[in-house]
Design a protein around this ligand. Structure first.
Ligand SMILES: [Zn+2]
Length: 118
């Protein structure tokens, strides 16, 4: 019986524990970390899209088709990726706030209707 070759494991994943991330997810996380760490500097901002397009991409998935040159650029440019992440965080906070406001509105309406029936 032959032994399976040792597969390099990312730091923080000791042997014997289940790892729910496949190779593609691990690669994506490593790339994301490298981009945010500034491993892909672009000091002259060559080829960078304008901030309006980055905001549009951050606000809506599918704003550009997969494989669009802008996506390719963002995955090779730390400044653009960092900006995109900050816009995504901004829009995520806004969506969460809107969801919380909607829940409060529904609860208020339910409370008012319930109170009038008593
Ligand atoms: Zn860029």
């Amino acid at each position: 019986m032959t032994r399976a070759p040792d597969i390099p494991r990312p730091a923080g994943y000791p042997y014997g524990l289940m790892n729910d991330q496949g190779p593609a997810e691990q690669f994506g996380e490593a790339l994301r970390a490298a981009l945010l760490a500034g491993k892909f500097p672009n000091p002259n901002r060559e080829g960078c899209p304008d901030e309006g397009l980055l905001k549009k991409i951050a606000a809506k998935r599918g704003a550009l088709p997969v494989g669009h040159p802008t996506h390719v650029h963002i995955m090779q440019c730390s400044p653009c990726y960092a900006l995109l992440e900050s816009y995504r965080a901004h829009y995520l906070r806004r969506r969460r706030f809107a969801a919380a406001a909607a829940v409060l509105l529904v609860l208020a309406v339910v409370y008012i209707v319930y109170r009038e029936r008593l």
